[in-house]
Write a protein that binds this ligand. Structure first.
Ligand code: GAL
Length: 798
């Protein structure tokens, strides 16, 4: 008998609700849908929340199986936004008022006789007028609606294991086992084994004195869970009846690890770690929150392998278990908080918030990746009574993790262990982070939980200058946080652009705050993060902020050039002539492992070699060029004028010649297009090369992290990244052409078939539709060129 039966397929959905739908006799037929599901498919931008402000209806039938006789049948809904009422065979069974935590209902008593059909119905209220968090005020993100995570049944014996919580200290562990009920003559058998081997490292055999059982032991040998080596263990807890039969079994995956946050920073297993991260909203284009397992996991992979971060904040609510599972596996630390945004409601609302907090901790506390609980409504005002309670709840349910609570106010009342602060003080020229003593007099830990974001919204199709400044601002804050001893680290706002309400964003309902766009395509700023990652994770990084087109800049004067690399040095060649080698040590971001490197010379030795200018004057000439560049054709500083005069008198070069040389070597106005080649070196060997030259023709390129679909608990989705690139594979940020995406065979496309590039980039989400075999994704570019990609689809029996 299968203990868990997924109910993700073959639902019926109505975008409106009528009491009569609840009758099991109702014959009304609705649209067929599968979970995860969104109550509305939205456009990419320019829409509002009215699309999902509704009470909708979901219905699913299933038969009562013979093997269920004498068993308890538990229904779990992992995520239904935002208030769900559950009816079984027309009878109200339960309701749940949080769109971001799961809930379980014992539906045994409502089920039909063996072999008969049951109707499971959900009345789902997705309106923002509900008196539950995060609602009650404006919110800077769309809250969507739908049964957007997995739904399943569990078949249990009369007495079963409701929960197991495991806490570790070095190789010692303690567990709290909760049974649904107390019964005599049962015993507990526990085994700990490494996930990738079956050798037990600890075993416990104990009696059952009450509903709650506490056990403890030590495991040997033990490998600690760390960011570099996230070793995972399974704790197998078996409930054994008087006859020695296993009545229930629960497997909890965990890691041996200890976290500590104090005045001197954050520690994992006693080792100090600077948290370097980004905030994540769980939304995607078109379907909002409704994305299945593998694409949730892909996001974690993006954080690890493309953004190189060691930490994610799940702003502003608990997110998919699949995402957090993958963070456990990849060694990404997670700060997770209960739902809310700035607003604190009345006592009914607060009670719901406290319930949400309890659910969050109970549902997520075995994840080794989670290092702290957020127990304040993000950026809300002080409320000592409320927050004393939330802190108490968190500490009672989990004594192993510190509490934090994200605020944007200075000197707020600190009831938590860590002062978690949204520091938006960086404005481009000043220090990256505020000093702790300007923010709080607390002696506890301190973490910057947001920075940048609305202070510098940046689109992937913004000017090169703005996209560069976006990157440098992120680098400045990362550098400031790295330098500040008092600071445990930072999480930038944010990883991905997201759809939002009218009070926020750029008027098209997008907050362009991500270091990646909504499709998870990189902006320049993402390279700042990527460079700081471990090389084994992120590979060799070499990016340059500029396409080297002077016409993109005011006055035809190319802006600052930056190299983003994790190599030791980068050599620049212009038209194959060596210009200069730039070393990692010349980055002004001294506290970053691999800070951006300024390209401060594009002239090199060419004045001496090609123009026969005596070496001793070349430096002075380059300084003159730099001033001419800065002046935008206007007045030059007196010192520069004096230099020009001097070089002219010494017959090194006349004023006219100096300006000609400037035009040839720096300005390049009307000159022949140069080819810039960057070679990144490590241990004397080239590890990566990048070429920037005039784009003659942009063509579509397509890439995919996971080009096959595997359907198991639910349908599967993967994303194809589509971008326009020049002959040297550089994305063309101003190519906004459209392409057509069509599906054949066993796949479907989510969202529109005609997609325009945004900043030269876009994405196509492809999903499985219950059939194994071959799917073909056909992409037709704006010239009519077709690319066909085969997408294999497997169906895995679970
Ligand atoms: C913060 C808020 C985030 C987001 C961000 C934009 O104040 O916590 O949710 O709105 O600003 O920068």
């Amino acid at each position: 008998m299968k203990n868990r039966i997924y109910l993700n397929s073959d639902w019926e959905f109505s975008p409106s609700f009528d009491e009569k739908f609840l009758s099991p006799k109702s014959k009304t037929k609705f649209e067929k849908v599968n979970l995860p599901h969104s109550v509305a498919v939205t456009p990419f931008n320019n829409f509002d929340e009215s699309l999902y402000q509704k009470i909708s209806f979901y219905k699913k039938t299933f038969a009562t199986e013979k093997s269920w006789k004498g068993k308890k049948i538990l229904l779990t809904v992992e995520g239904a936004a935002h208030k769900a009422e559950i009816f079984v065979n027309g009878i109200f069974a339960s309701s749940h008022g949080c769109g971001y935590t799961s809930f379980t209902v014992d539906i045994t008593e409502f089920l039909a006789a063996e072999g008969k059909q049951n109707t499971l119905a959900v009345k789902l209220d997705s309106r923002e007028s509900l008196n539950v968090p995060p609602f009650g005020y404006v919110i800077d993100y769309m809250t969507y609606g739908g049964i957007y995570r997995d739904v399943y049944l569990e078949i249990k014996n009369e007495i079963f294991i409701q929960d197991v919580f495991v806490k570790t200290k070095a190789n010692h562990f303690e567990t709290e086992i909760t049974l649904n009920d107390y019964a005599e003559n049962f015993s507990i058998l526990q085994t700990v084994e490494k996930c990738d081997s079956k050798n037990p490292v600890a075993q416990i055999n104990t009696g059952v004195p009450s509903k709650k059982i506490l056990t403890s032991s030590s495991a040997t040998p033990v490998f600690f869970w760390s960011v570099e080596q996230p070793v995972l263990y399974n704790l197998i807890t078996q409930l054994v009846d008087g006859k020695g039969k296993i009545a229930d079994e629960k497997i909890v995956r965990f890691g041996f690890r200890e976290v500590k946050f104090d005045e001197s920073g954050f520690y994992l297993n006693g080792k100090k770690i600077k948290l370097r991260g980004l905030n994540r909203h769980q939304s995607f284009p078109y379907v909002g929150y409704a994305m299945p397992k593998n694409i949730q996991k892909d996001d974690a992979e993006i954080f690890k392998f493309q953004l190189g971060v060691n930490y994610v904040r799940t702003s502003h609510y608990p997110q998919s278990q699949h995402f957090i599972d993958r963070c456990d596996e990849l060694g990404i630390l997670v700060f997770t908080e209960f739902p809310g945004w700035q607003h604190i409601g009345d006592s009914e609302w607060k009670n719901q918030a406290k319930e949400n907090l309890r659910e969050m901790i109970l549902q997520y506390r075995n994840h080794p990746s989670i290092f702290m609980w957020g127990v304040r409504i993000n950026e809300s005002r002080d409320d000592d009574e409320f927050y004393s309670e939330t802190n108490r709840i968190a500490r009672e349910l989990d004594s192993t993790r510190p509490t934090g609570g994200v605020r944007c106010i200075k000197n707020s009342s600190l009831l938590e262990d860590v002062y978690t602060y949204n520091d938006f003080s960086h404005k481009g020229k000043n220090a990256g982070v505020a000093q702790k003593n300007e923010i709080t007099s607390s002696r506890g830990g301190y973490l910057v939980t947001e920075h940048n974001g609305h202070m510098f919204p940046t689109k992937s199709f913004d000017t090169e200058e703005r996209r560069t400044e976006h990157a440098i601002r992120h680098a400045t804050v990362l550098d400031g946080a790295a330098e500040a001893e008092f600071c445990g680290g930072s999480s930038g706002w944010c990883a991905f652009d997201y759809n939002t309400h009218k009070e926020f964003g750029s008027g098209d309902r997008i907050c362009y705050h991500g270091v990646m766009d909504m499709f998870r395509n990189p902006k320049i700023a993402s390279a700042v993060y990527r460079c700081q990652g471990e090389r084994k994770d992120v590979g060799d990084v070499l990016e340059v902020n500029s396409s080297m087109n002077i016409g993109e800049y005011n006055g035809g004067v190319l802006g600052d050039l930056w190299i983003f690399t994790n190599a030791e040095s980068v050599k620049l060649f212009i038209n194959d002539v060596f210009i200069k080698e730039f070393f990692a040590s010349s980055s002004p971001f001294k506290n970053l492992k691999c800070g951006p490197i300024p390209v401060d010379d594009t002239v090199g030795n060419r004045l001496a070699d090609e123009e026969k200018i005596p070496e001793k004057f070349c430096g002075e000439l380059k300084e003159i060029f730099a001033e001419i560049k800065k002046s935008f054709g206007g007045k030059l500083p007196l010192k520069t004028e004096a230099s020009i005069k001097k070089l002219s008198l010494l017959r090194v070069a006349s004023r006219k010649k100096i300006f000609e040389l400037y035009g040839k070597y720096t300005g390049n106005w009307g000159g022949s297009a140069a080819v810039y080649k960057f070679e990144a070196y490590r241990n004397g060997r080239i590890v990566k090369t990048l070429v920037k030259s005039m784009c003659r023709n942009a063509s579509l390129k397509i890439s995919c992290m996971r080009p096959q679909l595997v359907e198991d608990e639910s349908y599967d989705v993967t994303e194809f990244h589509v971008f326009a690139a020049d002959e040297n594979s550089n994305v063309q940020p101003f190519c906004q052409e459209a392409f057509l995406a069509e599906a054949e065979g066993c796949i479907e496309i989510i969202g529109p078939k005609a997609v325009s590039l945004k900043g030269g980039m876009a994405g196509v989400y492809v999903k499985s539709c219950g059939k194994a075999g071959k799917g073909i994704l056909k992409i037709t570019d704006w010239n009519g060129n077709e690319t066909k990609i085969t997408v294999p689809v497997k169906i895995k029996k679970i």
